[in-house]
Ligand binder design. Structure first.
Ligand SMILES: Nc1ncnc2c1ncn2[C@@H]1O[C@H](COP(=O)(O)OP(=O)(O)OP(=O)(O)O)[C@@H](O)[C@H]1O
Length: 513
C-alpha cells in the first residue's frame, strides 16, 4: 500500500471521520425536515435528490447533529459541496425574524464567489432571504448601496430619533465575498457589521489558508469572537433586553462548552484537498470539529474520470496539443499551463498557426475582469470550445459539459492535478484528463498519480501524420510569436512598465514549450 494512504493525521479529531461513502443519494421527498419552499426551489433547479455529501452534511446540521460542531468537508471535486452548505444555512435562517448579516461565505476568487452566489440566489429568496456579494464586480459605492440599508429620514421626519433605528445596517442575510472586498467593507463601510453572524463558510479552504489576503481570517475571527465576549459580559442582563437584533444563540452547554451561554459562530470549511496541517487548521479556531470525508484515502478523483498520459517530443509540444484538440473534435476542453506567461504565449502561438478547427481563448489574471467574464460566458454558452488557463483562475470552476482537461504542463503537485482534473467528470458525469509529458517527467508523474489513488492512467498516442501535417506552418508561427513578444515588451516598456521590460526581454529567448 502507498505510504500516503497509511499516513495518520496529526490532529486526533481527523482520525475518525464520518465516511461520506456510507451515505446514499437521497430523494428530496425523503429528506427529513426539508422546508417545502426549498424543495420547490430545488426542483426548479432540476435537483430531485441530494448527493451523498449533501445528505451527510444535512445530518450534521439540520438533522440530529444540529450544527453543534464545526464541519470540515473533504470531498472530491464536483461532488456537490456548494449545496451541501448552502441548503442547511438557508433552511436554518428561514425562520429568522429580522434581516441582518447572519451568514458569510468566503471564496478565493470573484468568479468562484459569483458562481456560489448563484446557488444561494436559486434557493434563498424562496424563504424570504436576501443574498449579497462583496467581490469587487461593481464599484464599492454600488456594492455599499446593495449591502447597506440607510434609514429613510424623510419617512421618520416627524418621529423622535430616539425611537427609530437611525444607524445604517446590512440589508442582506447572506453575503458571499472575496477576502479583499470583505476587508474593504469591514474597514470602511459604515453599518457593515459581523455582530450577528451565525455561520462562516470558508470554501476552498486550503487555498484561502495559504494566502493571507490582508489578514482577513484573523480579523473575521476576532470580530466574531468579540461578539461572543461582549455578549458574555452581559451575563447578568436578560438577553431579551439586548434587543431583537441580537441573535439569541442556542445554548451550547450540552456538549460541555462551559461558559458559553450563547450559540457560537458555526464554521464550515470545505475542499477537495483539505489540509491536515495543524498549524494551518488552527488559524480557523474550530470548535469541536467534525471531519466528513469520502472513503479512507486522503485524496480522491471523481469516479468516472479516466486519466491518460501523452509522451511528447518537447520541441513539438504545441503541435501535440493541437493534434490532440483536433482529435477531440470540438468537445469542451480546458488546457492548463504552468503560468500566466505560458498561457499567453501558448494562446498567441495557436493564433499564428492559422485556421484551427476549434475556437479557443486565453483565460488568466493578466486579463481585465471584464474580458475574463466575457470569455467565461462564451465558454459556458459553448461559443468557445477551448479555454487556455492557469490553476489560480479555475479552482472550483463549474462549467457544464467540460468533457476533457488537458495538462499542457505537468501539474507540480498532486493537489494541483486533482483540482485541474476535477473541472471535468463533475456531478456523476464522465470525463477525461490528458497530461502531456516529456520523457523525463513520466516517472514523477506516475508516482504523483498514485497519491491521487489513480493507477489506471493509460498511454495515449497520436497518429504521427497529425503532427507532421502541422510542421510546415510551425516554424513561421514561432517566428511570428518571437516578434509579437518583442513588440509587446517594447510597447509595455514605453508606457512605463520598466520592471516588466527586463522580464519580457528575457522571455523572448524562452522556447515555447
Ligand atoms: N443534488 C444535486 N443534483 C444534481 N446536480 C447537483 C446536485 N448538487 C450539485 N449538483 C451539481 O453538481 C455540480 C458540482 O457541484 P459543486 O460545484 O458544488 O461541486 P464541488 O464539490 O464544490 O466541486 P469543486 O471541489 O470542484 O469546487 C454543479 O453543477 C451542481 O449544480
Amino acid at each position: 500500500m502507498d505510504e500516503s494512504k497509511k499516513r495518520v493525521p496529526h490532529l486526533p479529531w481527523m482520525r475518525n471521520p464520518v465516511d461520506i461513502d456510507l451515505f446514499d443519494e437521497r430523494p428530496l421527498s425523503l429528506l427529513p425536515h426539508l422546508d417545502r419552499r426549498l424543495e420547490v426551489a430545488l426542483r426548479k433547479m432540476n435537483i430531485e435528490s441530494l448527493f451523498p455529501v449533501q445528505v451527510a452534511v444535512w445530518q450534521e446540521t439540520i438533522g440530529p447533529g444540529a450544527f453543534e460542531r464545526d464541519i470540515c468537508v473533504n470531498s472530491p471535486t464536483g461532488s456537490g459541496k456548494t449545496l451541501s452548505y448552502a441548503l442547511p444555512i438557508v433552511q436554518a435562517l428561514a425562520s429568522r425574524k429580522i434581516r441582518c448579516l447572519r451568514a458569510l461565505v468566503v471564496l478565493p476568487t470573484r468568479d468562484l464567489a459569483l458562481q456560489v452566489k448563484e446557488v444561494f440566489d436559486a434557493i434563498a429568496p424562496a424563504v424570504g432571504l436576501r443574498v449579497g456579494s462583496a467581490v469587487g464586480q461593481t464599484s464599492i459605492a454600488d456594492e455599499i448601496s446593495e449591502l447597506i440599508q440607510r434609514p429613510n429620514l424623510e419617512i421618520h421626519a416627524t418621529l423622535d430619533p430616539e425611537y427609530i433605528q437611525m444607524e445604517p445596517r446590512t440589508s442582506v442575510d447572506i453575503l458571499v465575498a472575496t477576502p479583499g472586498r470583505l476587508m474593504d467593507h469591514i474597514n470602511m463601510t459604515k453599518g457593515f457589521s459581523l455582530e450577528h453572524l451565525r455561520y462562516l463558510v470558508v470554501d476552498e479552504t486550503d487555498r484561502l489558508l495559504r494566502e493571507a489576503y490582508q489578514s482577513w481570517l484573523p480579523t473575521v475571527i476576532q470580530l466574531t469572537c468579540s461578539t461572543d465576549q461582549e455578549m458574555l459580559s452581559h451575563e447578568t442582563v436578560d438577553p431579551a433586553f439586548l434587543g431583537s437584533l441580537i441573535t439569541v444563540r442556542r445554548s451550547g452547554v450540552e456538549r460541555g462548552f462551559k461558559g458559553k451561554r450563547y450559540p457560537r459562530l458555526v464554521k464550515m470549511i470545505l475542499s477537495a484537498t483539505l489540509t491536515q496541517d495543524p498549524s494551518k487548521i488552527s488559524q480557523l479556531d474550530l470548535h469541536h470539529p467534525l471531519l466528513l470525508t469520502s472513503g479512507n484515502k486522503r485524496y480522491r478523483l471523481p469516479e468516472l474520470l479516466v486519466s491518460y498520459k501523452l509522451i511528447c517530443n518537447s520541441k513539438l509540444k504545441p503541435l501535440y496539443l493541437v493534434a490532440l484538440l483536433q482529435e477531440l473534435k470540438g468537445e469542451k476542453c480546458i488546457v492548463f499551463t504552468s503560468s500566466v506567461e505560458s498561457t499567453h504565449r501558448l494562446s498567441t502561438l495557436l493564433k499564428f498557426l492559422g485556421e484551427l478547427p476549434f475556437q479557443f481563448s486565453e483565460y488568466s489574471r493578466l486579463q481585465r475582469q471584464s474580458v475574463r467574464s466575457k470569455t467565461l460566458k462564451a465558454f459556458r454558452e459553448g461559443k468557445l470550445e477551448v479555454l487556455i488557463a492557469t490553476d489560480a483562475m479555475t479552482r472550483g470552476m463549474d462549467v457544464e459539459g467540460i468533457r476533457n482537461v488537458i495538462n499542457y504542463d505537468m501539474p507540480p503537485y498532486v493537489k494541483t492535478y486533482i483540482h485541474r482534473a476535477g473541472r471535468t467528470a463533475r456531478a456523476g458525469q464522465s470525463g477525461r484528463c490528458f497530461t502531456l509529458l516529456r520523457k523525463h517527467e513520466v516517472k514523477r508523474f506516475d508516482s504523483m498519480l498514485k497519491k491521487a489513488d489513480d493507477n489506471s492512467c493509460t498511454l495515449h498516442s497520436l497518429p504521427a501524420d497529425s503532427i507532421e501535417s502541422l510542421l510546415p506552418i510551425y516554424s513561421s508561427a514561432l517566428e511570428k510569436l518571437k516578434e509579437f513578444v518583442e513588440s509587446e515588451a517594447r510597447r509595455k516598456s514605453s508606457i512605463g512598465f520598466k520592471s516588466a521590460k527586463g522580464n519580457k526581454r528575457k522571455r523572448t529567448t524562452h522556447k515555447v514549450e
